[in-house]
Write a protein that binds this ligand. Sequence first.
Ligand SMILES: Nc1ncnc2c1ncn2[C@@H]1O[C@H](COP(=O)(O)OP(=O)(O)OP(=O)(O)O)[C@@H](O)[C@H]1O
Length: 610
Amino acid sequence: MNTSGQAGADAPKVKLTKENFKQGLRIFRFVLPYKAPFIAGLLLLLLSSISTMIMPKMLGYLVNIANHQTAKLPLFLPHTITGIAALLFGVVLVQGLFSFGRIFFFSRVSEFTVRDIRRTLYQKLVTLPIPFFEQRRVGEITSRLTSDVANIQDTFSLTLAEFMRQILTLLAGVAFIMWESWRLSLFMLATFPPLVLLAFLFGRSIRKFSKQTQDELAKTNVVVEETMQGINSVKAFTSEQHEVERYGAGLNRTVQFALKSSIYRGAFVSFIIVAIFGGIFLVLWRGATYVELPLSDPRHLDMGDLVSFILYTMFIGASVGGLGEMYGKIQSSLGASERILEILDETSEPVHQPRPAGVAPLQIGGDIRYDNVQFRYPTRPDLAVLKDISFHIKAGEKVALVGPSGAGKSTIVQLLMHLYPLSGGSISVDGRNIDELDLTELRQHIGIVPQETMLFGGTIGENILYGRPGASEADIIDAARRANAWQFIQSFPEGLDTLVGERGIKLSGGQRQRIAIARAILKNPAILLLDEATSALDSESEKLVQQAMDELMQNRTSIIIAHRLSTIRKVDKILVIDGGRIVEQGSHEELNNAENGLYANLLKLQFELT
Ligand SMILES: Nc1ncnc2c1ncn2[C@@H]1O[C@H](COP(=O)(O)OP(=O)(O)OP(=O)(O)O)[C@@H](O)[C@H]1O
């Protein structure tokens, strides 16, 4: 056990039951398209195993010829030392060729299979509904794509082939030694299994310690991950020293476990050495007594036959030892494939469905109606986030949602995109329940400018293009202009080709928002959802963003989650949300005049703050 913490080394394993095995085998459907190279690989594996198994026998003949014992030598073989040696060399060459072919074919199968699994899995992941992602951590999901798939790749490329080879070696080896001398074989088979069993039990307790070391190391890695992600906070709180100590303490614990496990490992290695060599010496001792017997004795063994016998015994011992290791690997691959299949069995959202013949593309005017909408997040079923929301927005109207933090404003907006199933009530667009609309088409008609703009690691141009893939450069520039973004984009030497995100420049909050607005302008949706950023922008930036938003909202049904007074004044209607209900609605003037109204109070509060 080392502490390198390689991925997958401590992957959870599953018990090898018939049911698990059947489940895990379903992953083999990904191999089916590559049957031909798979079968070719299997054949070559068989041939290379056979040629390996011939070698000990030939070596035995070599010794027998040297001892002038050629009586039992088959007639078709050369009867000279050089002849047999040349033949042996030939067998090795052929074996080499077979091994090359086997690796060539199995690698093709495993690489293509793994590519297909990754692609299918990723396609599945991106089409799964949002609640799936809320119930899992990102790291957990990505490790399905990385370490679990890599684990399966090992199985397809190596483990499976090795497993079959070990079994073949074992069976052929036992057949050969039985043929050589059944007496000595029985003696050998009586000594080996107990040793193997002991080694197996020993190995199991060592694995337990190894796992503890891995777990400790994983815990220490969490410290690194957390602090790297939140390095700003670490520095702001000047807790560098504290974190170093926390990490150091974790490392010390890991070392303690690793050292404890290394004592067992050392004991295990010496045990294996004693057991294996001891076993071989026992067989040698017994075999030598048979060699010593006169030729007339039925138990007599030729020297060369004893040599072959011992070599086969070593092969058998190695394959039995190998099988134990393979067993563990197959168990962990089954676990990995089970986790992958679990995701593949999830139900995707019905996106990118082919449009039935004769059905025209969805046209949306932008009339929106919420009727008694109730909602609980699937991850928090005990909390009624929306209790009873009903409102109507005519096509082209602009409506602002205001209310205290956590009131449910963002939730209302997200439900329009059908990101979650409703708990009650209904939402309709242009008089049609959104449940009946094609999900992809519905979302294509909705534009969103979120509070925090997520930019993909690519160029500014690519980020705007995300709004409408395939748009021309002229359209991108036009959208950027109308979003008040062109000026700053132009100021970069590489313009639209400027890289953003991790590998490129960092844009300011206001600039990012304007990119998001340009994206939405390019998309040109009938319905617009604007979630204003709560973080304050400087007044110049604020003015630019506001102008861009006004431009974007023209001629579209717009729902704005409003945090700024300037936006609120211009809308047709304001819905005041509190505790999952609409508590007030009306124009700015109407609500402002309502004494002790929530809106009037919120407004006063904002005035006092500004
Ligand atoms: N993905 C989610 N899973 C579970 N609960 C959520 C989720 N998103 C929001 N909530 C909960 O739903 C309630 C309403 O949240 P929502 O984001 O809609 O409020 P909001 O009015 O938009 O607030 P803010 O103005 O602060 O953005 C909150 O209690 C919040 O904790």
